[in-house]
Design a protein around this ligand. Structure first.
Ligand code: AMP
Ligand code: MG
Length: 498
């Protein structure tokens, strides 16, 4: 396969591009072209993401597209750049970070298109500007999995790979993920300009975000007539909703640094994330997180802490501290309400009533004592409710077999069934089967796809993508992806290294 160089004439992909982020000016980014990736090949492609972006389906077959998305050919109409941001990492001010390996091409179909792993930038610091195949596959699959789960997320269009060696703990190979989001602006962007007392740029960025993504913050005076306080409130709200969904599905992000927090409340920067197998509230998925700062059950508080950093950064624009605090305080009501709503839906309750919170807490406690498989528990419970709709005498063995303490779970199931009698059972079952996924991207599934891809077999990845795009559906041929994790799953170590 030949590789075109970036000095080749720009490719016309037949897309309409705009570059509003580039138009912010030189204080926000440095223009640069991606570094070509030698002899690229397709590793994974999401037709669904392509369709959502408005790409013609023929793109999947196109060598031009392969070259363009590997960073080997400039694309007509784009204005590639690396953005600058700062942030708090593991609770400590980290100073300037920035796009050290992601290059923003521009915007098309309402989505910014970034090539992650596309080479050195002025913000690469000690890094090599590359991403490895392993982490690129994980980000690709998880982005589309989260979208399938209706959890706000950046998307991923494809992964292109290369045999170019990249050093991490061991030698690996390079890959590029093409990822999409309406905006990749992070809390850290605001922290950056606040830290440097660049208040004009801070305002320019906040106005840009409000104009494009939160226009209601300028026009609505429901809470305050201060658009920046409104912005903080709106981001607080969206972040609370997002984290509630993580908690309900058993997702650990792993690196909730403020530079990994999206201003749009999207899940971004997939690194050492994990969907939990056995339910363990204190689970730490990131091997590099020695203190457990980002343990599963810490995520809601960490999000709040991060929002405080954002509030601090916006303070020069908000003016009055009271207004910032008011906006942030909404988290204390929004998060629990959002989490309760998620858990009620998981239990099949079509409305929120008192007592449901306690019921959810009790079952989570039972699950945690025995580290019961989180996804399988909820899916079996859903099937049991569906079966009881057809036959009220249906026994609950499939659920209680998951526990050694049968008394505890049987008592809970009794309480639960009593409460469920207040709801139309068919509706409840339907809600549960649409809320409790059958398929999540367990670590060992990702690992299986990675191992096959290293041997140039991309079929596992494609199959996995197929189920993760529709995680609530039954996929009888791919039942094995819904089973318990194998013993070796526990030994997969996921660190920040990517
Ligand atoms: P992350 O932990 O992936 O969110 O990255 C944190 C910061 O380190 C960001 O500024 C990244 O751009 C940068 N970074 C991570 N890995 C690399 C790499 N291999 N080369 C250059 N910069 C990197
Ligand atoms: Mg990051």
């Amino acid at each position: 396969m030949t590789t075109a160089s970036s000095s080749s004439p720009p490719l016309n992909l037949g897309l309409h591009w705009s570059n509003p982020f580039a138009a912010l000016g030189e204080d926000f980014h440095v223009p640069l072209q991606p570094t070509p990736l030698p002899a690229p090949y397709w590793v994974g492609r999401s037709e669904r993401a392509a369709k959502d972006l408005g790409l013609p389906l023929t793109w999947l077959e196109s060598t031009d597209m392969l070259d363009a998305l590997a960073g080997n050919r400039p694309i007509e109409g784009t204005h590639p750049l690396a953005g600058v941001y700062s942030g708090h990492q593991f609770g400590v001010w980290a100073g300037q970070l920035g796009d050290g390996r992601a290059i923003l091409l521009g915007e098309t179909g309402g989505q910014e298109v970034q090539l992650k792993g596309a080479g050195l930038t002025p913000f690469s610091r000690m890094g090599d500007g590359r991403a490895v195949l392993r982490s690129s596959i994980r980000e690709f699959l998880c982005s589309e999995a989260m979208h399938g789960l209706h959890i706000p997320t950046s998307r991923a269009l494809c992964v292109t790979g290369s045999d170019e060696p990249v050093r991490r703990e061991t030698m690996e190979t390079a890959a590029v993920v093409t990822r999409l989001a309406p905006s990749f602006v992070r809390f850290g962007h605001f922290e950056h300009f606040c830290h440097h007392d660049q208040h004009a740029q801070l305002k320019q960025l906040a106005d840009y975000v409000i104009e494009r993504y939160y226009p209601e913050c300028r026009t609505s005076d429901e809470f305050s007539s201060n658009p920046y306080a409104n912005l903080l409130r709106a981001v607080t709200e969206r972040t609370a909703q997002m984290v509630a969904k993580w908690q309900a599905v058993g997702f650990c992000h792993g690196v909730m640094n403020t530079d990994n927090m999206s201003i749009l409340g999207l899940t971004i920067d997939y690194g050492p994330f994990q969907f939990m197998d056995g339910f363990d509230p204190g689970h730490i998925c990131n091997q590099s997180d020695n203190q457990g700062r980002y343990a599963f059950n810490k995520q809601p508080n960490v999000a709040y802490w991060n929002l405080y950093c954002l509030g601090q950064a916006l303070l020069p624009l908000i003016g009055e501290q009271e207004q910032a605090i008011d906006a942030l305080e909404t988290y204390k009501a929004t998060y629990p309400a959002a989490f309760d709503a998620c858990m009620s839906a998981k239990m099949g309750f079509t409305d929120a009533q008192s007592g449901q919170r306690e019921l959810a807490a009790e079952v989570l406690q039972l699950l945690s004592v025995e580290r019961v498989d989180y996804t399988i528990f909820w899916r079996r419970l859903s099937h049991w409710v569906a079966a009881r709709d057809r036959d009220p005498g249906e026994v609950n063995d499939s659920v209680s077999d998951l526990f050694m303490d049968r008394t505890g779970i049987d008592r809970w199931l009794l309480q639960y069934s009593e409460r469920l009698t207040h709801y139309p059972r068919a509706l409840a079952a339907n809600l549960m089967l649409r809320t409790n996924p059958k398929y999540v991207l367990r670590n060992h599934l990702g690992e299986t796809a990675i191992r096959a891809a290293r041997a140039k077999d991309f079929s596992v990845l494609a199959q996995l993508l197929q189920v993760l795009e529709h995680p609530f559906d039954e996929h009888p041929q791919l039942e094995s992806f819904a089973g318990f994790p194998p013993d070796w799953a526990g030994s997969i170590a996921i660190s920040c290294s990517s």
